[in-house]
Design a protein around this ligand. Sequence first.
Ligand code: CA
Length: 230
Amino acid sequence: MAKILIVEDEPHMLSGLKDNLEFEGYNVDTASDGSLGLNKILHTGFDLIILDVMLPNISGFDICKKARKEGIETPIIFLTAKSEEIDKVIGLETGGDDYITKPFSLRELLARVKAVLRRAQHTDAIAEESKEIQIGNLTVNFDTYNAFLNKKPIKLSIKEFEILHCLWRRKNGTVTRNILLDEVWGFDYQPTPRTIDNFILKLRQKVEDDPNRPNYILTMHGIGYKLVIS
Ligand code: CA
């Protein structure tokens, strides 16, 4: 099973992540500050590093830079408390593979971990994944949470994948907003119909050639949406 290092200075967060990843079967090592983390990264082999950005001694960004400079190519997921675009850009520019903004759900983190590990292990074999589907120029793998438009990787949020999956399961049929609410949001949190419409708008901007004249995700006025596959 994959070996994961978590570098995080908040004890509660660190133990929570460790327990949950171990429960999923991963082999987990931890470091509670920047220099300890860097030391482990430089001297131990890991399959994935979950790296907090705000750390005592050395920031997560600097750790990543140093590790990459030493030729360590282990995938890195940054944990950041800020949602500013600038942080995400810096994170990816320093050589990180993904980032996740606190607060995040466990489900989201596990999906990212799985996706990054798969990406690292099967970079060339993604096309052979069994759950890969084709919607026009869009290729989606609901197993690994990877999506490609015109063969270029695009970033969809977990919710966007779930919406797409829900529509896909009923392709060429109308999906009511209530079905989307139940299957994507569940019963614990009920967004307004307007929220769903906003998610669909954002999704169209990512997957449609012309979001204003959608070819795939059609609006069924007053009812919901329909994913059209020819
Ligand atoms: Ca921190």
